[in-house]
Design a protein around this ligand. Structure first.
Ligand SMILES: C[S@@+](CC[C@H](N)C(=O)[O-])C[C@H]1O[C@@H](n2cnc3c(N)ncnc32)[C@H](O)[C@@H]1O
Length: 255
């Protein structure tokens, strides 16, 4: 059997499938929790003045929520043009609210939307920091720190430390099934088998299987490998110590 492609092929070529898999969250509740966590009790008028930067945005669920529900100004960034098309067509983001480019370098690209010191909150959610090596993540946090206002926040979502305590090896196969709007169904096993740690690095490889079953019962199976660096709170804290204009608040749970 040929080697499974990297998970980026899912994001680039099948963004609508990821969109369906990723909507199993309450984005509005997450936004409220992030605001509370960053000590913001702004009035609706103040929120409308805020700028939110969503990095690794994918379908831009979070940007869409901050834009449509809270009326904040949003900028989403992702390397996948397909994700931008989806965010524009399905999440009502404007084309120029979504920057396609590779992180971290795109943040240094002098895009007029990326004005220094202009964002209130930068979001790096759904473990997406894991797509970058240590050096790239340090560069990302450092560049992001220049884009946020004094008193602004960078919010990272990391893997649950209890899961890390067992080195991920006990992570059960997680199977989820979703109905699609056209009557087809989607099932996802992530991971679909044992996870491989590439020691001594922080890199893990997780097999992923997605099955798309059409209304007439035809099954299309997609296999991927998700390669992710697993960062702990301490790793992020160490990086932040080296960036002079940032300080660490604390690891807190969103819910
Ligand atoms: C797990 S998805 C996360 C999407 C979204 N944050 C969410 O909460 O559902 C990861 C996204 O990161 C993007 N991505 C991965 N590596 C990237 C890089 N180096 N630069 C920009 N985007 C990247 C992929 O295209 C994909 O859309």
């Amino acid at each position: 059997m040929p080697a499974a492609p990297d998970i980026q092929a899912l994001y680039d070529l099948e963004p609508h499938l990821y969109d369906r898999l990723a909507c199993d969250r309450d984005f509005s509740a997450e936004a409220v929790a992030i605001r509370r966590m960053s000590g913001r009790s702004s009035t609706p008028e103040e929120i409308q003045q805020e700028r939110i930067l969503e990095l690794f945005a994918g379908p831009a669920w979070h940007s869409a929520c901050w834009k449509h529900q809270f009326k904040a100004e949003v900028v989403a960034v992702d390397s996948s043009p397909g994700m931008r098309d989806l965010a524009v067509s399905r999440k009502r983001l404007d084309f120029n609210e979504y920057i396609v480019g590779r992180l971290p370098s795109v943040l240094a690209s002098h895009n007029p939307k990326l004005t220094l010191g202009s964002f209130d909150i930068a979001l790096i959610l759904r473990y997406s920091s894991g797509y970058l090596s240590d050096m790239e993540l340090f560069e990302l946090i450092s560049l992001t720190s220049r884009l946020i206002k004094i008193g602004g926040h960078i919010v990272l979502e990391l893997h649950d430390p209890r899961m890390l305590a067992s080195d991920l090896e006990s992570l059960p196969i997680r199977k989820r099934t979703f109905a699609m709007q056209d009557g087809s169904s989607l099932s996802c096993k992530w991971p679909s088998g044992p996870i491989r740690w590439l020691r001594p690095s922080k890199l893990v490889e997780m097999p992923v299987i997605i099955e798309h079953t059409t209304r007439d019962g035809r099954v299309r199976q997609l296999r991927y490998v998700s390669r992710e660096y697993v960062y702990r709170l301490d790793d992020i804290q160490d990086m932040i110590r080296q960036i002079s204009n940032l300080h660490w608040i604390n690891g807190k749970y969103l819910h």
